[in-house]
Ligand binder design. Sequence first.
Ligand SMILES: [Zn+2]
Length: 551
Amino acid sequence: MARLPFWLKAVLLTIPAVLLIVFFVLIAVGWYVRNQMLDSGGELRPLMAAYDVRHYGLDVAVNPDERSIRGVNRVTVEAIEPLNLFEIHLDGRLEVASVEVDGEPSGFEHDDGVILVSLPAPWNIGDRHQVTISYRGKPKKALRPPWVDGFVWSETPSGVPWIGVTSEGDGGDNWWPCKDHPSDEPDEGMDIALTVPKGLVGLSNGRPLGQITNPDGTVTTNWRVGFPINNYCVTVNIGPFEPVEVGYTGVDGNLDETLVFWAIPESIEDARRMWPQMPDLLVRLGRRYGEYPFLADKFWVAQTPYLGMEHQTIIAYGAAFEDNGYGFDELLLHEVAHEWWGNKVTVSDFADLWIHEGFSTYAEALHVLDTRGEESYLDYMQWFRTRSAFRTPLIPGANLTCYQVMSPDLYGKGAWVLHMLRSILGEEAMAEILWRFADGDNPETCRFTTTQDFIDLVEEISGRRLDWFWQRYLFTAELPSWKMTRVRDAGRERVEIEWDDPSFEMPLPVQIGDRRRLIDMTGGRASLEVDPSSEVVIDPNHEVLTAEPKP
Ligand SMILES: [Zn+2]
């Protein structure tokens, strides 16, 4: 056997070494990214299940030069079970300076993102207590906000600090101490005091209560959140903002409110161009789901250095101020729709997150339906189909964390679930379902919900059991497929259509010649007599989500 030339030997020996290096780099990058994603939700820890958060009182000062924060959270809770120890979340990157229980200093440990506090005396069921946590440090920087969360230390084009924070995936404990679980919100609301350097505007959730200038020149603004709030919706926006205002008279035309967009100076003209569309968007949302829920607090939107987030009463908008070709800004509408779907009506387990994302995404399509009609609405829905991957079920389990469920399907496929329900039940029933699920008659009442609540409501209003629908579209990743055969028999011709599962009974629109019919698929099949010369097209307008999306 001939000997290999030296250069070839060198190359052959180098390849495994290079592959090994690539392998370790990938592992390191994966580890780094995973380390940048805190869990939120999931299985509720027993000590956290033992109390109910009544109120948060958060004071926080932000220092852009040091990229640090310093804060105090006064957490008021009620014991649901007897307690000797108290637990609350805070990312380990931040340092806990002290903890007090009902005003007395208390011992604590801070490990693995959880502060464990020893209680001076046991708590009994129904007792109300206050735990005060002082903390400081450099919060986690956002790797890819709003998808991989944290603080965003940005600058405006002219170099002025422009700061924000996102927390949906991580939970609010990436920057403030909270019970990081979607099932508990402060029933009595929240007070926030935000301190920012002189010359910058600091914006947060809730109603502004006034401002003071501190001896060191910093400025503190106080905010009162008069409603329950998701911990991930609590936020700060800091920058050289200027307000753009527009009046709002409400769904019934008798309100006298002001909607404010806070823009950085470079975007003020864009904001002035875009903002006048807001009252109409809000009225149309209100007609479908009830009046905007948080009028008693405010309706503000802040321009952000990241794409967007549904921060309650201070929506984050970081898009390009562009019309989407349907006469509105879809990111703005989507985030505002979350004030109903996510903020007013909230899931208590992230496993049901499709209710926040699917319903807000569908709100975009309904806006198109209400302003441009059925054909444009169908076009808009097709676009959502291309945005879905159909790789995991919409509801992939129970007691899940936000990052475990986050997928493009929550948006596109989630909207399609509602779109197909509308096809099956009709526009009128669907409008009633959405109105009642949003509790449109009680605009100011926030509540928790589950997918089962939605299923029960749909079945109550329609009077139909739709097990086959939920099973296939909510709990299965794989989309259904159909088979069509033409059978000729003694000069007659039949078309046999069959779903891949006999228990799946989704009706199918069928075009026979120039006639369109909705075919009943009881038992997963149908048989139609047709004229031998007529062409048969299944689902001509692509109204049913199937495995082979047709062009
Ligand atoms: Zn969303």
